[in-house]
Write a protein that binds this ligand. Structure first.
Ligand code: MN
Length: 232
C-alpha cells in the first residue's frame, strides 16, 4: 500500500510540466484556481459554450473555493492534494468532495483541450492493445463504466503501480488516487458523468454525451500523462 502511494507520488512529481501534476503537487496554501486553457466555446459542438461556462466558472470554481474554505485552519494547508488523497480517510466529507471535485475537473478540461486530437502515441496505443485488445474495446469498457455509474460520478482510465492500464468508476467526486478508492492508480483520462456536465445539451441522454465526448478527447494529452507515468 505504502509502495503504491510512493510510486504514484513519484509519477506526479516528475511530470511537473503538466497541469495535472502542478495541481497535485502544489501546497494547498499556495494554490490558485486552475485557468481554463481555452475559450468557453472552444469545445463546440461537442460541449456547448454555456455548459462549459457554468461547469468551469460555477461548479469547478465552487469546488476550489469550498476546498480552501474547509482547509482553512487545518493541517491540510501545508500539504499537497496528492498527500490529501493518499490520506483521504482521515478527512471530512467536505474535504473529500471538494478536493476531488477540484482535481477531477482539471483532468477533464485538460484531456478535452482542442488540437492534436488524434495524436495518440505509439506507446499508449500499444499499451491499450495489450491491456484491452483494441481502442474499440477500451471505448466500449469506458462507456460501460460511465453508463453503469448510478447517479453522479466519474469513469476513469488509470495506470496502476504495476504499469497496467485499468478502467474504473467512482461515485461523486472520488478518484483513483484516494486511499479509499477500491481500485487505486494514476488517472490519465476521466469522464465526468454528473448531469451538470451534459444536461443542457443532451438532457437525459448520457450515452450520447459519452459517445461524443470520446471523439473530443485530446489523445496527445492522455499520451503525455501515460508517458510521464511510465518513464518515471
Ligand atoms: Mn463536473
Amino acid at each position: 500500500m505504502k509502495r503504491i502511494i510512493l510510486s504514484l507520488m513519484l509519477i506526479a512529481t516528475l511530470g511537473n510540466l503538466f497541469a495535472q501534476s502542478i495541481v497535485l503537487n502544489t501546497k494547498v496554501s499556495e494554490m490558485s484556481f486552475y485557468s481554463l486553457p481555452y475559450a468557453y466555446e472552444a469545445l463546440e459542438p461537442t460541449i456547448d459554450k454555456l455548459t462549459v461556462e457554468i461547469h468551469y466558472s460555477k461548479h469547478h470554481k465552487a469546488y476550489f473555493d469550498n476546498f480552501l474554505k474547509a482547509s482553512t485552519g487545518t493541517d491540510i494547508t501545508s500539504k499537497s492534494l496528492l498527500e490529501v488523497f493518499a490520506n483521504m480517510t482521515k478527512y471530512s466529507d467536505a474535504i473529500r468532495n471538494n478536493a476531488g471535485g477540484y482535481y477531477n475537473h482539471v483532468i477533464y478540461w485538460e484531456i478535452l483541450k482542442p488540437g492534436n486530437k488524434s495524436n495518440i502515441s505509439v506507446e499508449l496505443k500499444n499499451a491499450i492493445e495489450k491491456d484491452f485488445g483494441s481502442m474499440d474495446e477500451l471505448k466500449k469498457q469506458i462507456t460501460d463504466a460511465a453508463m453503469k455509474r448510478f447517479g453522479s460520478g466519474w469513469a476513469w482510465l488509470s495506470i496502476n503501480a504495476d504499469g497496467k492500464l485499468f478502467i474504473s468508476s467512482t461515485p461523486n467526486q472520488d478518484n483513483p488516487l484516494m486511499d479509499l478508492s477500491s481500485q487505486k492508480g494514476f488517472p490519465i483520462l476521466g469522464v465526468d458523468v454528473w448531469e451538470h456536465a451534459y444536461y443542457l445539451k443532451y438532457q437525459n441522454r448520457r450515452a450520447e454525451y459519452v459517445n461524443i465526448f470520446w471523439d473530443a478527447i485530446n489523445w496527445a494529452v492522455v499520451s503525455e500523462y501515460y508517458s510521464k507515468s511510465r518513464t518515471n
